[in-house]
Design a protein around this ligand. Structure first.
Ligand SMILES: Nc1ncnc2c1ncn2[C@@H]1O[C@H](COP(=O)(O)OP(=O)(O)OP(=O)(O)O)[C@@H](O)[C@H]1O
Length: 600
């Protein structure tokens, strides 16, 4: 014996309200959608039929219900049983069960969302294909009744009335109804009216502001107003969007302030002119965080809750196409208004760099227009290359600061690769363009640009160097004397990444228990050459004078001070012992200076 499943409507309503829809607000969207679909169906057979979709809020002239009237196709008695009263059955699918293109609905569950706010749904309907006016009453507990209406409707169409569930009245009252009708249905292709108590009605629909207007300043103004109203900012620029395969048109609004790249944008998506969502991050590629988008699409699919886009190949290719249109806008800007591009780069530095990492055209724009910090000042790489055919870069901001003064004085140009994406971009520029030579410059490598001393000077300096080394040994730092420009720089602290690693290992070893200290010791060959170095500059008059001092105590003190100063000016992190040395040497210097002046 074949039996049919029974459906527990209470369970289904609970499922919808707590798991499918995010808010009871959606009931109005589903009502509007049914009215629009019924109107579309009627227009298909009667193109000249008069159209009306009108909402009467709860409380209007003491009305105990919310009502929505349409002059759509209506339903026959048989259709009421098979469509309205059967969960999951829809007139909007074809014989094979596919969603019919012209309709918004497809799942056959939308009307149930009314049970989120109502205990009873009344439908008075007369089919345009003939037959009497029928009255259907559906209850949240799963019962329904159907009878002939006492009074025939004058014209075909449907009136759906909701009897509010206690506590849910506010969703059906005037203010909510207007707000929700404009929110979901503001761009619908048919006029949607909300009735006033005095018998008049207000229109809540208007055409999409980006459609059918000449590209002039009035349109820009209008779209700017739209952006301000829905996204909260006046756009830096507006980009028209079109993806024919998705039946998509719309606009991207470029943010006039920098956006957090980790925060993906909230875009507005209409499907067949009904709002699907005003907060989807899924429409643009991740890198496009400098734009907010409003689009209407006829071919993209909704999820069953109609609150998100269904992730399929079409959505994927649409996302790529939209990304391409944003990128083309950038390229166009570089040709038509380079100063605007410059402004844009200033605002959206990170977004553009992220884009350039996987897009060669943008990479070219970045190379040509985007300023980088260099030892010659901020400038685009294209300009930097005019005087420095090899682009040398530091990997960190600290390294850049360490070597900037020395490199500049040597005539070596260095680009600061320490900022977000900068090193990756520089490397990618080198990889994708065989004509551009890019190479990293480690701080240790700077030593090759420092001149060694003449033999006789080195001999003279030997004792001084020994005292300096002894002073710095406790700090796990080496000392060297070299000659370099600028003469105003007495000492340079150089630590390459390897040295930093060894130093950390050593620190851990000092504080670890004996067993671990032993293990760490075995890892660390304690190679003296990978210790950081304080390079004293023989070209500096100060260093020459210090080298001439005879009091080893004073030499130690001065070396410690130079060490502290070099650490600070290179923005190196200070360990506890560095701070202690810095404090002690500073105070003792003051003490000596004060004592010296007392003696006078
Ligand atoms: N105002 C109306 N006029 C005529 N028919 C209607 C109306 N409202 C509902 N119907 C009929 O009832 C059926 C079920 O409606 P329901 O809103 O539950 O689902 P749907 O619109 O088909 O799909 P979805 O779940 O995607 O909204 C519709 O397919 C339609 O045939």
């Amino acid at each position: 014996m074949d039996l049919s499943f029974q459906v527990d409507l209470r369970g289904v309503v609970d499922l919808l309200s707590h798991h499918l829809y995010s808010s009871p607000r959606v009931y109005l969207r589903e009502l509007l959608q049914n009215a629009v679909d019924a109107t579309t169906a009627r227009r298909a057979t009667e193109p000249a039929a008069a159209i009306e979709i009108r909402l009467e809020p709860l409380g209007l002239n003491e009305s105990p219900m919310l009502r929505i009237h349409d002059t759509g196709i209506g339903l026959t008695e048989h259709e009421v049983h098979t469509l309205l009263a059967t969960i999951g059955r829809s007139s909007k699918r074809d014989d094979l069960g596919f969603a019919r293109h012209e309709f918004l609905g497809q799942f056959g569950i939308g009307l149930l969302s009314c049970f989120l706010v109502a205990d009873e749904i009344h439908v008075v309907t007369r089919s345009a294909t003939g037959g009497p006016t029928m009255v259907w009453r559906g209850y949240a507990d799963g019962r329904y009744s159907l009878e002939k209406a006492e009074q025939e409707r004058e014209t075909p169409g449907t009136t759906v009335s909701l009897v509010p569930r206690p506590g849910m009245e506010r969703w059906l009252q005037d203010e909510s109804v207007r707000e929700l009708a404009a929110h979901y249905g503001g761009l619908l292709p048919f006029d949607v009216l909300v009735a006033n108590a005095d018998g008049t009605s207000d229109l809540v629909t208007s055409p999409p502001p980006w459609v059918g207007r000449p590209a002039d300043s009035t349109r820009t103004e209008l779209l700017g107003d739209y952006c301000e109203k829905y996204f909260g900012f006046r756009p830096f620029d507006i980009i028209d969007l079109s993806v024919p395969e998705a039946g998509l048109t719309g606009c991207a609004f470029v943010l006039p302030f920098s956006a957090n790249p980790a925060e993906r944008g909230a875009h507005r998506v209409y499907l067949k002119r009904m709002l699907l969502t005003d907060r989807t991050p899924d429409l643009l590629p991740e890198w496009a965080f400098f734009a907010r988008v409003v689009v209407d699409a006829s071919e993209l699919r909704p999820t069953a809750s109609r609150e998100a886009l269904y992730e399929d190949e079409l959505l994927e290719s649409t996302r790529t196409a939209l990304g391409e249109q944003l990128r083309l806008w950038l390229v166009r800007l570089s040709v038509t208004a380079p100063h605007r591009l410059q402004e844009f780069f200033d605002i959206h530095d990170l977004g553009v760099k992220a884009l350039a990492l996987h897009d060669d055209e943008t990479l070219k724009l970045v190379e040509r227009w985007m300023p980088f910090e260099t030892t010659l000042g901020p400038m685009p790489l294209a300009e930097f290359r005019r005087t420095h055919p090899v682009i040398r870069y530091s990997r960190t901001v600290d390294n850049f600061r360490q070597i900037a003064a020395v490199a500049t004085a040597q005539g070596i140009g260095v680009v600061n690769g320490g900022y977000v994406y900068a090193t990756d971009l520089l490397e990618r520029i080198g990889q994708t363009n065989s004509g551009i030579h890019v190479e990293p410059l480690e701080p240790g490598a700077v030593t090759t640009y420092l001149d060694t001393l003449d033999n006789h000077v080195e001999l003279r300096m030997a004792a001084f160097l020994q005292t300096a080394r002894a002073a710095l040994d406790r700090l796990n730092c080496d000392a060297e004397i070299r000659e370099f420009s600028p003469a105003s720089l007495p000492a340079l602290y150089l630590s390459d990444p390897n040295a930093r690693h060894v130093q950390r290992l050593r620190e851990t070893q000092e504080t670890a228990d004996p067993l671990w200290a032993g293990v760490l010791g075995a890892l660390d060959d304690l190679d003296q050459s990978s210790r950081p170095q304080l390079i004293l500059n023989y070209r500096s008059p100060l260093v020459r004078r210090i080298a001439g001092l005879t009091d080893p105590g004073l030499v130690t003190l001065v070396i410690e001070s130079l060490y502290g100063q070099a650490l600070l000016s290179g923005h190196h992190p200070l360990r506890a012992q560095d701070t202690a040395v810095l404090n002690r040497s500073f105070l003792e210097m003051i003490d000596r200076a004060v004592r010296g002046s007392d003696d006078d």
